[in-house]
Each structure stands twice: as C-alpha cells, then as structure tokens.
Design a protein around this ligand. Structure first.
Ligand code: SAM
Length: 275
C-alpha cells in the first residue's frame, strides 16, 4: 500500500509526499521526530509533522542562511547557530576559512543524534574540531553570552512551542548583546505569502534594535509558499553594500555573487511588509 506524508502547511492547505520508508519515528523530550525517505525529495527530517529539511532542497536554505551573513562580515571568526541540529548551517559555515569556532546550540539532542545517523550529507561537519555542540535552550544560551559572536544564525523551527521565544524583540536584544561590536544576526523568518504579519512583526522588532535591518528571499520548494524569507540585523555592515567582486569562489549550488545582490530585490507585496 502506498504511504503518503501529509504536511499541513497552513490551516486549509497541505503538501503531500510519497514515502518509501520510515527510518525513525519517536517522541523526544520536546517533539515528535521522524526521518522518512521520500520518492521526490529523498530523506527528510520532520518535526511535529512539519518538514524541516530534505536531502534534495536543503542546499538553498543552508547556503543562504550562512553565506549571506558570513560574506557580509569581513572577518567572521566565531559563529553561533541557534537550533539547526541537522548540521546543515554548520557545514556551510565551516567552508569559511576565517571561522575558528562554530557553536551549535540545539535544544533537542535527539535531532542531532538522528541526523548524524540518517542524514550524513547534511550533518557531516558536526564532528569537525571547529564545531562545538551545546544541547540546551538557545534563549538561555544567548542571554548568558555577551560581546562574543561575530555572526549569530537563528535556524529554528516555526514560531510556536519551544521556538516561540526565538522570534521577537526580547530575544533580539539578547542577540544584540551577544554579538561583537560589528556583529551580524540572521534568522529564518517564515513565508510572507502565508504569514505576512509574522514577517512584518519580526522585521519591525529587529529594526527597533539593529541599525541595519534587511530582508531577503530564497526559493525553497518544500517550504510553505515555496518562497522563504530571512531577516538580517547588523550593527555595522550592510549586506546589500558588499563588494561582491571580492567574494571568493566557494563550493555552492544556490549562492553566487549575483544571488547575494539579487536576493534583496523584493516583489512589491513583500516590500510593503518591510517599508
Ligand atoms: N531549516 C528548518 C526550518 O526552517 O524549518 C529548521 C531546522 S532545525 C532542525 C530547527 C531546530 O530548532 C530543531 O531541531 C529544534 O529542536 C530547534 N529549536 C527549537 N527551539 C529551540 C530553542 N529554543 N533553542 C534551541 N534550539 C531550538
């Protein structure tokens, strides 16, 4: 019998994937975790019924959430990832030779363990000596660190439950304080098509704290709406003013010098949300 995974992307609209095999399904301390193998997107990590990352399209998200801030900062040495237990952001961060340390703060140790086991293509850099793994709440971790990170990447689940506090002004204030004086923060900030109010609020919250706030977009087939937003808050460097001719060649499938500029060009309905 055929097996299909139905993901409710928004109340009233769902996406379905034909499943070849369920590799793991368990209740962790924090969420329902599954890794399944699908016909079209290959293996995927699903948390509380929501697709987090897939072998086929993960490169778009992980490259964009990492290389846009890391090529905006002239010399990123210490980077923090909040969430991101699959390891995809860490893999991309460690492609930057200036990075001496990349800390992963993931609340759910089971996500890290199962991704290491079943998604090696994504989690492959988690054993790199420059990567330090901390299992715990990112909200608390950020509060306890001051003036330490050149780049902070918030690679979280959607703004509910354990991740709710990762979206909004109080957390962004703590992020500001955990960054060095010219630090940069980036967060995945959902779909402007389905969640315009969330995108608008997050942008306004970041704008109230960071002197430079920019939103950019990337096309990610499995994410709701297919067109995903990321928000950058920066103390000094403007990601839209990077001299892209100086960006070195890097092994990527989505990110290019041209994409670094083009991703900040917004359709009018998204411009309206952030003006
Ligand atoms: N790329 C994904 C997306 O946009 O759907 C995010 C994937 S990543 C696996 C998200 C991770 O954030 C999850 O593993 C989850 O456990 C973690 N997370 C959620 N809330 C957290 C918190 N408060 N502190 C640290 N990690 C958290």
């Amino acid at each position: 019998m055929e097996m299909w995974l139905k993901e409710m992307q928004i109340d009233g609209a769902a996406m379905t994937y034909k499943v070849k095999e369920t590799l793991v399904r368990k209740k962790t301390q924090y969420q329902d975790l599954a890794i399944v193998d699908t016909d079209v997107f290959g293996r995927m990590l699903v948390l509380d019924g929501i697709v987090q990352t897939t072998i086929k399209d993960e490169f778009v998200y992980h490259e964009m959430i990492s290389h846009i801030p890391l090529f905006t900062h002239p010399n990123p040495k210490k980077v923090l990832v909040v969430g991101g237990g699959d390891g995809g952001a860490i893999r991309e961060i460690l492609k930057h030779p200036s990075v001496e340390k990349a800390v992963l703060c993931e609340i759910d140790g089971d996500v890290i363990d199962e991704c290491k086991k079943y998604l090696p293509e994504i989690s492959c850099a988690l054993d790199d000596p420059r990567c330090e793994i901390f299992v715990g709440d990112g909200i608390q971790y950020v509060k306890e660190h001051k003036n330490e990170f050149d780049v902070i990447i918030v690679d979280s689940t959607d703004p509910f439950s354990i991740a709710e506090g990762l979206f909004g002004g109080n957390f962004y204030k703590d992020i500001y304080n955990a960054l060095t004086e010219d630090g940069i923060f980036i967060a995945q900030t959902e779909t402007p098509f389905y969640l315009p109010d969330t995108v608008k609020k997050v942008h306004n919250d970041a704008k109230a704290i960071f002197p430079i706030t920019k939103l950019f977009m990337a096309a990610i087939p499995t994410y709701p709406g297919g067109y995903w937003s990321f928000t950058i808050g920066s103390k000094k460097y403007d990601p839209t003013e990077v001299d892209t001719t100086k960006i070195p060649e890097i092994d990527t499938k989505y990110y290019t010098r041209e994409i670094h500029k083009a991703c900040f060009v917004l359709p009018r309905y998204i411009q309206e949300l952030v003006k």
